[in-house]
Design a protein around this ligand. Structure first.
Ligand SMILES: [Mn+2]
Length: 337
């Protein structure tokens, strides 16, 4: 939980700066965009000059958030100057420079004026100012605490944006990250007028035919390891082509794997257009896939992490399922002590 020190730092940084850029991580999710939009709105209300720019566009499913579709995608010719001119750059929902995509280098160049607000575990980061709370269910919850303390009264769009941040990062209030804080803030946002059915519908009930066929083929080719405790599926380039599904968001497909009683780790392997392989890891209970992800330079949280690997699909599957099997053995050995 953040306290007086963090609130003071936030107030002081806002007071001291006028030209502010607000950004977040690559492939922005609900918490990233929700937090970013609210910070930007709050700062504008404070009379600041505020500009937003991201390394990737908002996904289709999150464009219902007011302002999300209009956030420009980083173009060095235009936006390097924004970063240079700004006297403060606020980075939300991320502290890892390698999660900034094409903005990594330009952000590192201005690290001495970056103000990071995040809830991910960090291994030390290069930013000058930080408000980090790994106990927070979402960055949007930290943002809620910060701006509310300063007297900000959320309008409809801001309340919805913070609700979406908290709801998506907690898997709509079912992951381990679903804390008292998550429900407490959500209840205040419902009081402020948020309709909880709408974001779920916008985000999870808008699948295309291509997505559904891709999921079906992937599930039909399910692989189980460790006596059924590890379930994995592969979205090969060939399968994505066959289903006409190259830019669908596959991040929720692991839900179907975790729904199996025996499964404790779910893994999704996906061929990316650049030839790399994206590996999404999800787990139940005390199985810490974050520790597995960090072995391969990835990151995330205890029950949800990701990696990007070079090399072939079969090699990636064998490598990651092998390490996942070791992780389960270590987890069970640890819990028996
Ligand atoms: Mn988050």
């Amino acid at each position: 939980m953040i306290g007086g020190e963090e609130h003071g730092r936030f107030r002081e940084l806002v007071d001291r700066h006028q030209d502010i850029v607000v950004t977040t991580h690559m492939n922005p999710d609900g918490d990233a965009l929700g937090s970013q939009l609210v910070v930007a709105r709050y700062l504008r209300e404070q009379g600041k000059k505020v500009r937003m720019v991201n390394s990737d566009p908002a996904p289709e499913t999150l464009r219902f958030l007011e302002g999300a579709a209009e956030i420009p995608v980083y173009d060095a010719d235009v936006h390097r100057a924004w970063l240079a001119e700004a006297d403060l750059v606020v980075l939300v929902d991320n502290s890892a420079s390698d999660r900034l995509g094409r903005m990594e280098q330009p952000m590192l160049e201005v690290a001495d004026k970056v103000f990071c607000i995040d809830h991910h575990p960090t291994r030390g980061n290069p930013w000058k100012y930080n408000i980090l709370d790994t106990a927070a269910c979402a960055t949007a919850a930290i943002v809620y605490e910060l701006v509310t303390k300063q007297g900000f009264v959320a309008d409809d769009a801001s309340a919805l944006a913070m609700y979406v941040g908290i709801a998506t990062d907690t898997g709509f209030f079912r992951f381990n990250s679903t804390t008292v804080q998550a429900h407490a803030i959500a209840s205040r946002l419902l009081d402020a007028g948020v309709d909880p059915a709408r974001p779920y519908q916008e985000i999870y009930e808008g699948n295309s035919e291509a997505y559904t066929r891709l999921l079906g083929h992937a599930l039909a080719d399910l692989r189980l390891d460790a006596g059924g405790a590890i379930a994995s599926v592969r979205l090969t380039r060939e399968l994505q082509d066959r289903c006409g599904a190259f830019d669908v968001d596959s991040s929720e497909m692991t839900t179907a794997l975790l729904a199996m009683r025996s499964v404790r780790i779910a893994v999704l392997f996906r061929d990316l257009p650049d030839g790399k392989i994206k590996v999404s890891l999800r787990s139940k209970g005390n199985v810490n896939v974050h520790s597995l992800a960090t072995q391969f330079g990835g990151g995330g949280h205890r029950n949800a992490s990701g990696i990007v690997l070079d090399g072939g699909m079969d090699e990636a599957v064998n490598l990651v399922t092998g390490k996942a099997t070791e992780l389960l053995a270590a987890t069970d050995a640890g819990s028996m002590e």
